[in-house]
Ligand binder design. Structure first.
Ligand code: FMN
Length: 269
């Protein structure tokens, strides 16, 4: 089913899966919101979003994640700078840092008489990253359910050392991603962004490289038309955007700052 959304001047038809299920409808219509009215996020709503986020699953129930919730305008402005001067961060009402937290598990391990080694392994780093990703998605779904807008902010990894200092993060913690939160400015609400074809994303039984390649070709056209419909014809198609980004290690201090915080791919072969 086709529905339209967004303010009139941007209005184009966007394929959005509409079902009878309100939760699925909300998930299918999620988009990154980068413009906010500046109205407050109600404290009760913020608590409810944080509590729902905390109920996300975590590997071995390790709960190796902490959130730092920033509402001070000056500090949000500093975080916007850390993230490369992103105006959507500066204009957000709340910024939340998703911090991989093996400090908590170190306290627990030590209490039980063990020495924790997992942050110095690929497995540990992946565990922290996966748990943070699940929590981030839960945060976005919970915020959306209450009518708030969010955008994930990976840009904080542009300068992790500054953010670690600003948030006073101890060893064995790392700010892996952030999220901005606020009341969406309906006049500047983006359209839902299309994705690669579903059949080239969710494949039956085994990976099909030809299907994936065909999906890339199709999506280049889909995304091109989508950008053009937003009046943003200077935006690159998928291949060019991804090629440009992934031909450099765009956040080059991540490994060094992770090591400084006690994280390392140091598994024995
Ligand atoms: C881990 C992660 C990091 C991201 N970092 C940023 C960011 O720093 N700034 C930003 O404006 N958007 C950021 N995004 C949002 C993506 O650009 C966005 O999800 C993508 O373009 C798809 O658009 P949509 O979310 O509207 O569907 C990030 C998304 C993810 C998942």
């Amino acid at each position: 089913m086709l529905i339209t959304n967004g303010p009139k001047r941007f209005r184009v038809q966007t394929k959005v899966m509409v079902t009878v299920n309100p939760t699925l409808n909300q998930l299918n219509q999620r988009r990154s919101v980068r413009a906010f009215t500046g109205e407050p996020v109600k404290p009760g709503d913020l608590q409810a979003i944080l509590a729902a986020t905390q109920q996300a699953p975590s590997s071995i129930n390790g709960q190796q994640l902490s959130l730092i919730v920033v509402q001070d305008r000056e500090r949000i402005a500093q975080i916007a700078k850390v993230a490369g001067g992103q105006p959507q961060v500066a204009g957000a009402t709340v910024f939340v840092a998703f911090v991989v937290d093996f400090n908590r598990t170190a306290v627990a391990a030590e209490k039980a008489g063990f020495e924790q080694v997992i942050p110095r392994s690929a497995e540990g780093i992946l565990t922290g990253a996966v748990d943070a990703g699940i929590a981030l998605a839960t945060f976005q779904a919970a915020a959306g359910a209450l009518g708030y807008g969010t955008t994930s902010i990976g840009g904080i990894r542009r300068n992790p050392a500054e953010l670690i200092a600003l948030l006073e993060l101890p060893p064995l913690t790392y700010p892996i991603v952030g999220a901005i939160l606020g009341v969406p400015d309906e006049e500047r609400l983006p359209q839902v962004k299309p994705r690669v074809p579903l059949e080239s994303f969710a494949m039956p039984e085994r990976y099909d490289a030809d299907l994936v390649a065909a999906g890339v070709r199709a999506y280049d056209q889909t995304l091109r038309s989508w950008w053009d419909a937003q009046g943003l014809d200077q935006m690159p198609d998928y291949s060019k955007a991804v090629g440009t980004a992934y031909s450099t290690v765009y956040f080059p201090t991540v490994a060094a700052t992770m090591r400084e915080q006690g994280f390392e791919f140091a598994d024995e072969a």
